[in-house]
Ligand binder design. Structure first.
Ligand code: SAH
Length: 466
């Protein structure tokens, strides 16, 4: 299998400095199961291509495998011929200096964005063209794909899972290498080496600049860690702390200073979830509702705490529930955990018997997704009909929006928001709930409090009086 990287940067031969490999020489690197050869098919000032040819020894591959019985699949398989985790290892071994962002002779090149073109022959892809696009396009690549027939002499058998991939992008070489390192085994969805805890570290290291903002980060993490549940979960936890999931983070994206600060602190959304979670724990509630549970982030926290004997997540969006079920690995939970949680589809604007009899309900960043004229229906259904002893609710503080430089005045933080309230508007509404439904209200904030405009998120704990 062959990987080539071409640049038309001027002078193109700078590629040799960055890779720490001389264009005039053929170099070979020993790998556990074969060799990687690195050479330059072309190296001019205008255009320079480096090739990494992987030569896997099929016999080495099966050596050491516990194979007391003869398994044909040990001998007849595609492993020696497709780009997979072997290619990642070869990449990390052959180009380790470049991947770590070091360049001894011309250190200034490390941060230069080069026009780069990659050819990968052949990639084995579980998930077809759609998957390839989902993985690479969010990172800014332009793709050209060629799908091979299963058997060229029998076209009616259709396409195989083998692709010739061409990727184009202008970016730093070390970023390109880290993308390839992580995504090649993800395409393939297999790994040749034992996946252990170190793999999480590798993933976090190679993905540190881009993975938490990638829309397919869960899929990538899962496949990279080969669906090993406990490893994936640990990785998710790290990502969840780092991720920039909410409106604030998106808007601040271009601000480098903020970015650095942000890496050091916990994302606002995580803070919100954590605050609500802690309040639920402190309340000694046992049976809890997560209303408008979305993709199940709060549910994930709740499930880990045995205090919560019955957890019910509800959302109007079927798709969100699917994602939540996946996040929680619903179908693989041990029976005693599984029986503590249910997900249901429903709308908060209709009275629903399934929501009655609970100790507490959380509505984290939900009400602002409803048209104001439907809010009354939600009030009736939650405070009038379901009537949990405790309701915890958060919503954006509109006054804080002026602190988001990239947010146009008068616009909401998220395109699906129907309203955002000032602190006074929120307080007035909480007052209305206490008056009409017999609850007491205690306000709280999430995030740093600005003297003038308050905190980014505002919340309330409603306690039922009787
Ligand atoms: N609470 C989650 C999700 C917040 S996004 C979290 O904090 O991560 C708002 C969620 O409210 C979305 O998942 C949306 O589908 C849901 N939602 C909007 N209107 C709803 C309604 N009428 N009934 C139930 N859920 C609703």
């Amino acid at each position: 299998m062959l990987l080539t990287i071409t640049t038309t940067h001027s002078p193109a031969t700078d590629l040799g400095y960055l890779l720490y490999k001389h264009p005039q020489k053929l170099q070979s690197v020993d790998l556990a199961v074969g060799k990687a050869h690195i050479f330059y098919p072309e190296a001019t000032e205008e255009r320079c291509t480096v090739a990494l040819l992987l030569d896997i020894d099929p016999i080495e591959l099966i050596r050491g495998k516990a194979n007391d019985s003869f398994a044909l699949s040990h001998y007849v398989n595609d492993r020696p011929y497709v780009a997979s985790s072997f290619m990642s290892v070869a990449l990390a071994t052959g180009f380790s200096t470049a991947m770590n962002g070091t360049c001894r002779d011309k250190p200034e090149l490390v941060d230069v964005k080069f026009p780069l073109e990659v050819t990968l022959a052949v990639a084995s892809v579980r998930g077809g063209e759609t998957l390839i696009r989902r993985l690479f396009e969010p990172l800014g690549y332009t793709l050209e794909l060629e799908n091979y027939l299963l058997d060229a002499t029998v076209p009616e058998w259709g396409d195989s899972k083998y692709f010739l991939l061409k990727l184009q992008h202008t970016l730093r070489l070390k970023d390109l290498l880290s993308h390839l390192y992580v995504l090649m085994p993800v395409l393939d969805n297999d790994k040749h080496y034992f996946v252990n805890k170190q793999e999480i570290e590798k993933l976090m290291d190679k993905g540190k600049d881009w993975l938490s903002a990638h829309p397919e980060k869960e899929l990538i993490t899962k496949r990279y860690l080969k669906n090993i549940h406990h490893l994936t979960r640990q990785a998710f936890e790290v990502l969840m702390r780092e991720e920039l999931p909410d409106e604030e983070e998106e808007m601040e994206e271009e601000n480098e200073v903020v970015k650095v600060v942000k890496q050091k602190r916990v994302s606002l959304h995580y803070q919100r979830l954590q605050t609500v979670f802690e309040k639920l724990v402190a309340s000694n509630s046992k049976r809890v509702l997560d209303l408008g549970c979305g993709e199940g982030k709060l549910l994930q926290l709740l499930l880990r705490e045995n205090q919560f004997e019955e957890i019910l997540g509800m959302d109007v969006s079927h798709r969100s529930l699917e994602i939540a079920a996946e996040r929680l690995r619903f179908d693989r939970l041990p029976a005693h955990v599984r029986q503590r949680i249910s997900l249901i589809q429903g709308s908060l604007t209709y009275k629903d018997k399934r929501l009655q009899g609970f100790d507490a309900a959380a509505l984290v960043e939900v009400i602002e997704h409803l048209d104001l004229n439907r809010l009354q229906a939600l009030e009736q259904s939650v405070f009038g009909f379901a009537r949990p002893k405790l309701v915890l609710l958060t919503t954006p503080n509109a006054e804080y929006n002026q602190k988001y430089e990239t947010l146009i005045e008068g616009k909401f933080r998220h395109e699906d928001h129907r309203f955002e309230w000032t602190r006074t508007e929120f307080e007035t509404w909480t007052q209305h709930i206490t008056d009409v439904f017999g609850y007491e209200a205690e306000l709280f904030t999430v995030g740093e409090v600005d003297e003038q405009v308050g905190a980014s998120s505002q919340g309330v704990v409603f306690k039922r009086k009787v």
